[in-house]
Design a protein around this ligand. Sequence first.
Ligand SMILES: Cc1cc2nc3c(=O)[nH]c(=O)nc-3n(C[C@H](O)[C@H](O)[C@H](O)COP(=O)(O)O)c2cc1C
Length: 475
Amino acid sequence: MARYFKYKSVADLEAENTRLGIDLRFADDLSPLFRPLTMGARTVGNRWCIHPMEGCDGDLDGRPGELTFRRYLRFGAGGAKMIWGEACAVNHEARATPRQIWLNESTQPTFAKLVADCRAAHRDANGDDSDLLFGLQLTHSGRYSYRPVLATHDPLLVGRGRVTPDTPLLSDDELKRLVDDYVATAKLAVSVGFDFLDVKQCHRYLLNELLGARNRPGLYGGSFENRTRLAREIFLAVRAAVPSHIILATRLNVFDGIPFHMGEGGDGTPDAWAAPLANGWGMAADNPFTPDLSEPLRWIAEMRTLGVQLVNVTMGNPYAQPHYGRPFEYPPPDGYESPEHPLVGVDRHFQATETIQRAEPDLAIVGTGYSYLQEFLPQAAAANVRDGRVQLVGVGRASLAQPDWVHQLLEHGTLDRKRVCRTFSYCTALMRAKDHPLGQFPTGCPPFDKEGYAEVWKEVQQLRAKKEQPGTTQG
Ligand SMILES: Cc1cc2nc3c(=O)[nH]c(=O)nc-3n(C[C@H](O)[C@H](O)[C@H](O)COP(=O)(O)O)c2cc1C
């Protein structure tokens, strides 16, 4: 197993940066991260954003559950001034897992309590919540729904997860009808107090899959205009349906990084059913592993005219190519090793985000890829904000490990080293673990949040050991 992270200081990282020929930067002065940012009529109090992260801990009817509340209370208290709420389904079929949160009329009161409690926790710990922005990610999981539906016959992922040759392809009419679901969920999200609404277009869920649907016939595939059509219809309809002070946002893949034109199924075997092949999004025509940002840039410019004010830049597919989206040191449980130095992955995020931020200097952009930097994350974040490479810094896994990292920085100038995320991938392992009686284990940070997840982790290990015992069948 390759191990990379042996850096004891910024100087070590700078030497590695030179060796790898990449462009990571570090600054000791963290003050740029604590300057407010104005976004339309709202001001966000600092440059820290907690990335959307599903806890897979909702109740079966879609209500946020006990652990969901716990997580957002900790996030609220933690001091980041932007909390990007996790993937929330826009209808029952859109759910990725039976425990994904789903906002509808019957779950609305629990969501309202979640928002109010998170804001109260923020006020208690930070004094003022007028400069805290809390948003929600509206999603349709498409092929990753637990009853999957396809936007394209994309060869890479055939045979993975729950997709089978019988998985239905959504018709143009079915896609069009989804606009109403997004609007209904958006209105409910506003009624419970969210400040911004993210129409999710990333990680190869439905709207992202459509962005790359070059070979889909009909209204939603082929040309750039067609591939962006459904998202465009959603933005227009949502903008018209919600008050103007509500910020329209999107989490956008700018690079899918999935192979195409393979002529074979995702398991590597020739698969005639996989045709016709669909391209991805943000990839060079001659090399799917090289970003080509021309279409993402064009789409971001157009989304601004549709009213989008906040863009969270991300990439990859967590099921097929997890190293792109979340560079890691320790592989997830399927044993997927990073095929590149994880710092190269971090640099890919930073460079792509910089290109977009420079093209749209006054757009609020959130960057990704910071958790891998461990205790040096703040210095990299400060340099990127200082240099205008990005306006806001998104933190994912590291905020599960240490949700109060902003307080740590304000009080001590450094992170608490005993709780720094080491990218062990336990959070991913919990998400992928099977055989929970409710269909899904909740996820969090077992190594550094023992009170919340040590028991869950133990249960998963016991189940795994039982499965691995020769002659044992799963009951
Ligand atoms: C447990 C877990 C759940 C996640 N859920 C979501 C999600 O709901 N929506 C989303 O856009 N990304 C999701 N992500 C991806 C993160 O938001 C983030 O992009 C990724 O972890 C990389 O950031 P990091 O390096 O700071 O962790 C999830 C990641 C993890 C580890």
